[in-house]
Design a protein around this ligand. Structure first.
Ligand SMILES: C[S@@+](CC[C@H](N)C(=O)[O-])C[C@H]1O[C@@H](n2cnc3c(N)ncnc32)[C@H](O)[C@@H]1O
Length: 353
């Protein structure tokens, strides 16, 4: 049977139970952005009059509540059961990305260490989610979210190196230019502690030095025109900007801006995450038609990005407002790319074990 993506409405614990027989050990990425234990009620800001008009009326529609009568204990129990369930769906090479913030990230880290194993913890990613933190009377304004990344099995897990665009500071060393373009200089002579006793010094093109490379390699680079000769006959290797894919991304994600109200992808869903964030995650930890799942879908960012990137996807949320929003975002995508999206809708209700 041809694949159909899945939109599920209901508690994700029930959704996962329903998926288990078919999808056990099959999912490559699970990204979740669950309630953060923030003590807040969230809404969707929906334009009710002509949406193209600047002064269109905006109505707040309640989406989900992140208030817990039973306090932290109730919240952690809620998360533990759902995390345990979803992990069974991950493939051996799969990964789990749990998006949180300062409220509970450290408690969830301990729970995940228990259920997935400390050795499978890969990263704590810091995403700068706002450029203007609120001033606080005590302590410091919060500017970042935390994404905990775990592998199902660290020995089978891999990621693609992700690069970000050069910024002004990192472009500074590329201050040289020739007919091939901008370049920077790379040392080819041993420096400082590289000047070990055993290092051979030899003469090459009139300069005797402790070279880091063999004579044949230096000759080859000379032929290729990628050796730079300074006025005092010191040699370096040219590294051209156009040959560099960018700066490798670390666990500090400062280059993905939050969604602005004026941005094209903004839906009015208050906790909506930027598509660029999901693009990075899906790109580095999956490929081809791998399955990507999100069990706290909200406005459906994960499914929209997964669809655009050609992945198969499963998405779930228990709120009617979210499901309608996800369906309308997917419809918008379908219309813009003029390619029908194959998906089925499944409503799940609570089942006893
Ligand atoms: C922070 S939002 C997700 C936002 C999303 N990442 C986006 O980009 O729009 C969390 C979502 O989890 C949903 N949710 C909370 N508890 C749930 C549960 N037990 N099962 C399914 N969805 C749930 C809420 O309705 C809410 O839409």
């Amino acid at each position: 049977m041809t694949w159909q993506n899945i939109i599920m409405q209901g508690d994700c614990l029930d959704a996962i139970k329903k998926l288990k027989p078919e999808f056990r050990n099959k999912i490559k990425i699970i990204y979740i952005d669950p309630p953060f234990f923030s003590g807040t009620d969230y809404c969707l800001k929906k334009k009710t009059s002509d949406s193209s008009h600047v002064s269109a009326e905006v109505k707040d529609i309640q989406t989900y509540s992140d208030k817990w009568d039973g306090g932290l204990e109730e919240y952690l129990e809620f998360m533990r059961s759902r995390l345990e369930a979803m992990i069974s769906l991950l493939s051996k090479e799969g990964s789990l990305w749990v998006h949180l913030d300062f409220h509970v990230a450290h408690y969830i880290k301990v729970i995940l260490d228990e259920i997935l194993g400390y050795e499978n913890f890969v990263n704590q990613i810091i995403w700068r989610r706002t450029n203007s933190p609120k001033a606080q009377s005590k302590g410091f304004g919060t500017q970042h979210d935390i994404i905990l990344l775990y592998a199902k099995d660290i020995s089978a897990f891999s990621t693609k190196t992700v690069y970000r665009k050069y910024d002004e500071k990192s472009l500074r060393p590329y201050s040289y230019e020739d007919e091939r373009g901008r370049f920077r200089l790379i040392e080819i002579e041993a420096q400082g502690i590289q000047r070990t006793e055993g290092r051979r010094t030899f003469e090459w093109r009139g300069r005797t030095a402790p070279y880091l490379y063999r004579r044949e390699t230096l000759d080859k680079w000379w032929e290729e025109g990628i050796i730079y000769e300074s006025r005092n006959k010191r040699y370096s290797k040219k590294q051209y900007l156009e040959d560099m894919p960018g700066i490798p991304v670390s666990d500090l994600w400062l280059d993905i801006p939050p969604i602005q109200g004026s941005s094209k992808e903004y839906t009015g869903f208050i906790t909506q995450k930027p598509e660029k964030l999901l693009e990075r995650i899906i790109d580095c930890a999956s490929g081809g038609q791998d399955i990507v799942a999100d069990f706290f879908a909200g406005s459906g960012t994960t499914s929209v990005v997964a669809q655009r990137m050609g992945r198969r996807w499963i998405t779930c949320d228990w709120s009617e407002v979210s499901i309608e929003l996800i369906q309308s975002r997917l419809k918008g995508l379908e219309e813009s790319v003029k390619d029908p999206i194959k998906s089925r809708f499944v409503r799940v209700s609570s089942t006893k074990e």
